[in-house]
Write a protein that binds this ligand. Structure first.
Ligand code: FES
Length: 179
């Protein structure tokens, strides 16, 4: 294991700002709730913010969302820090969330986590030196029958073996979503 994780800045250099299209989407989401209840759109809006601003939520991004929604920043922080699917630190282009709950652990998720770490020269929570991959662990992702597995974005990669991990990483490196 080396210390090759990327030393990414934890702050954005520019104030975040949605494109007009995303702004319209955010507005429509807030309008879909009864008057005074628009805060119910917060989780979906945070997902959009994460997609738009590099895959993670900086303080500036959360403050921007609070300003847009006319709510207090703390109301955004408490949601963003509660749900583990939000990234509060910079991440790589692809985030591997490897399930480590019982059924996956029984069929080798620990070995898969170790193998990915060795292959990318990172520990859990770190990003590869090329900025491509972040390794995280997750609790049951609802695919226990296909264990061991990992989630990357919306894609599940199941029945993982070392060979399968090699294929998955190689495909992402080529810019292709693995089958
Ligand atoms: S235990 Fe891994 S998906 Fe359920």
């Amino acid at each position: 294991m080396g210390s090759s994780h990327v030393d990414l800045s934890k702050r954005h250099t520019e104030k975040p700002s949605f494109s007009p299209e995303k702004l319209a989407e955010v507005q429509a989401l807030m309008n879909s709730y009864p008057e005074g209840k628009h805060k119910s759109a917060l989780i979906r809006i945070l997902h959009i913010a994460e997609e738009e601003f590099g895959g993670w939520l900086s303080i500036e991004t959360m403050d921007y969302v609070a300003e847009l929604m006319n709510i207090q920043p703390i109301e955004v922080y408490e949601v963003a820090t509660f749900y583990t699917m939000f990234n509060l630190d910079p991440v790589g282009k692809y985030v591997f969330e490897v399930c480590r709950t019982g059924p996956c652990m029984l069929v080798g998720s620990d070995q898969i986590i170790d193998y990915i770490g060795e292959k990318l020269n990172i520990k859990v929570g770190e990003t590869s030196s090329d900025g491509m991959f972040t390794l995280k662990t997750a609790e049951c992702l609802g695919a226990c029958g296909y264990a061991p597995m990992l989630q990357c974005g919306k894609k599940f990669h199941e029945h993982l073996t070392k060979e399968r991990v090699d294929e998955v990483i190689a495909s992402y490196r080529e810019g292709k979503v693995p089958n």
